[in-house]
Design a protein around this ligand. Structure first.
Ligand SMILES: Nc1ncnc2c1ncn2[C@@H]1O[C@H](COP(=O)(O)OP(=O)(O)OP(=O)(O)O)[C@@H](O)[C@H]1O
Length: 527
């Protein structure tokens, strides 16, 4: 089926290539002496196996030559490598090998072998969203053939216009206790080098530095970059978003337009990495880097969180009050314990058993038939709403209070959560909110009413398997909303916004639909 496409497309240099490929290959390597069909394909060895490769309009098809050992072979070779999934290609020279007859070794010859390295990735078995960089080495004896194939693949790949050329990379050297540096240098940087992407690297020096850096970018630099990568945790990604929001709402139209064009990426190197996890379905730094290098793009909802004193923050994960706020507040005081502080703070907070009185107002979103669908690559629900594009991040969440229908409830709550994307993490790989989408313009508002410690423990224990969609628990209520306001009454808790404490108690949040474009294609599922 794919071979049919071959005749439909030829690169400008392919005619010359066909002429070269048309002649039989020299040398006596039995692996390479396949004889060449007249259709422009070429014979190579790939991982010691003989294949016929053919350039088509969309990529390279690889046909394994029949052999009597076929039944013994385990590892599968790719049948097609799409140009859209190739990072780059280059020639490589392989070691010279001695090819001779074992009975008459003096009759052998020295043979140089040439290769075309195709830098791409493969999908992990059973986890299509988890990508692993691979290099396929097509080996032949004819140097000209190798050079021509590398040139043709490079030409086809460079014609893909969505690929970034220059990126601003902001690394938090302290992210994830130093994980961020390793994620960049070991997993991401080699991919961008292969892709020929120019990366301008900046390390943050203090909290909120990333926001300052982005917000202070001059217009000529904004126009130069194709995107910004945050290498660290969710806090760093949130700061980059805050910087983008400052540029877009700052009143300078040229800067605002340039900032709106930038695609954002999160290379996970923090301690939770829910942003990258929710966008790609995995917390792999290499996968995130591959999405960026290949120029993937998808819209992402941003939740604008406004506080009573006029300050605001952007979030792509959650804002929670009550249990999770108290947990974070307590764990900050136990930083010296490292990662162990979270379970300990969680247990202490649980046994304190506090609940908080509050007035919660929300704007329920219109119900639709795809309410229970899961967000994935080419998600129908997100694509229907993608037209909303570049929502106004400047809009204050209470601005349209008059025009919208608000529902208000007052009560004692153990926990109030506004979740905008699925919020996947190692604790909950399918997400806190499994039916949350990347760009449907909705948040899931989870209200856990006052309950016993055991009942709350049951709710927490169901999160890893069911997420927060546990409406069978009578004390849990989940509402799809576009905006929410929380007014504490009496004793107050803390707000936890994407893992960062927010000192203000009164808070309102609104979803800005498809507010930014990110380097992602959504979560790919096994087909
Ligand atoms: N050089 C720095 N020194 C101290 N703090 C920094 C520095 N750079 C950034 N920060 C702050 O560290 C906070 C947390 O960083 P980050 O989110 O990257 O990692 P993390 O907390 O380990 O991961 P996660 O947010 O996924 O749990 C950020 O909010 C940021 O303000």
């Amino acid at each position: 089926m794919l071979i049919e496409e071959a005749s439909a497309w030829r690169s400008p240099s392919q005619d010359t290539m066909l002429l070269r490929k048309g002649r039989p290959m020299s040398g006596s390597d039995p692996d390479l002496e396949l004889g060449l069909p007249a259709d422009g394909s070429a014979a190579f060895t790939l991982r010691g196996r003989r294949i016929i490769a053919q350039l088509t309009k969309s990529g390279i098809t690889l046909d394994e030559a029949p052999t009597r050992w076929a039944l013994l072979r385990q590892a599968r070779l790719p049948e097609h490598i799409a140009f859209s999934e190739i990072i780059s290609a280059a020639t490589s020279k392989h070691r010279t090998i001695w090819r001779g007859c074992c009975s008459l070794p003096w009759r052998g010859t020295l043979q140089a072998r040439h290769g075309v390295n195709i830098y791409t990735f493969r999908r992990s078995r059973g986890r299509a969203y988890h990508w692993i960089p691979v290099t396929w080495r097509l080996v032949c004896q004819d140097e000209d053939v190798a050079k021509q194939w590398a040139a043709d693949i490079t030409e086809a790949v460079s014609a893909i216009s969505c690929r970034p050329k220059t990126l601003l990379v902001i690394v938090n050297p302290w992210g994830g206790n130093g994980r961020a540096n390793k994620a960049w240098s070991r997993h991401a940087f080699p991919i961008f080098t292969q892709a020929g992407v120019r990366c301008v690297l900046v390390e943050t020096r203090h909290p909120a530095h990333a926001k300052e850096l982005v917000a202070a970018l001059p217009v000529h630099e904004l126009e130069l970059y194709d995107g910004i990568l945050a290498v660290g945790g969710d806090g760093l990604f949130q700061e980059v978003l805050d910087g983008i929001a400052a540029l877009r709402c700052g009143g300078d139209e040229r800067k605002a337009a340039a900032a709106a064009q930038l695609r954002l990426g999160h290379i996970p190197g923090g301690s939770t990495d829910a942003a990258a996890y929710s966008m790609h379905g995995t917390r792999s730094a290499a996968t995130a880097a591959l999405h960026a290098a290949l120029g993937d793009s998808t819209p992402l909802d941003v939740m604008r969180v406004d506080t009573g004193d006029g300050s605001h923050r952007m979030s792509v994960c959650y804002a929670t009050y009550g249990y999770m706020g108290d947990l974070l507040y307590l764990s900050e005081a136990m930083r010296w314990l490292g990662e162990k502080r979270y379970p300990l703070a969680g247990a202490i907070t649980l046994f304190r058993g506090r609940s908080y009185r509050a007035r919660v107002s929300y704007v329920a979103s219109a119900s639709d038939s795809q309410k229970m669908s899961t967000c994935q690559h080419q998600c129908q629900r997100c694509s229907m709403s993608a037209g909303a594009g570049c929502a106004n991040l400047a809009q204050h969440s209470a601005a349209s209070i008059e025009e919208e229908t608000w529902t208000t409830i007052e009560g004692d709550f153990k926990s109030i959560m506004a979740i905008v994307t699925s919020c996947r993490s190692d604790m909950s790989p399918q997400g806190l909110s499994r039916n949350a989408h990347l760009a449907d313009g909705r948040m899931h508002l989870v209200l856990v009413h006052k309950c016993s410690i055991l009942q709350y423990l049951k709710f927490l224990s169901l999160i890893p398997t069911c997420g927060i969609n546990v409406e069978h628990l009578p004390y849990v209520r989940v509402v799809e909303a576009t905006a929410v306001k929380v007014q504490p009454i009496g004793r107050e808790s803390h707000w936890n916004v994407d893992g960062e404490l927010m000192p203000h108690k009164q808070l309102s949040a609104r979803v800005c639909q498809a507010a930014v474009q990110v380097f992602s294609r959504g979560v790919e599922n096994n087909t």
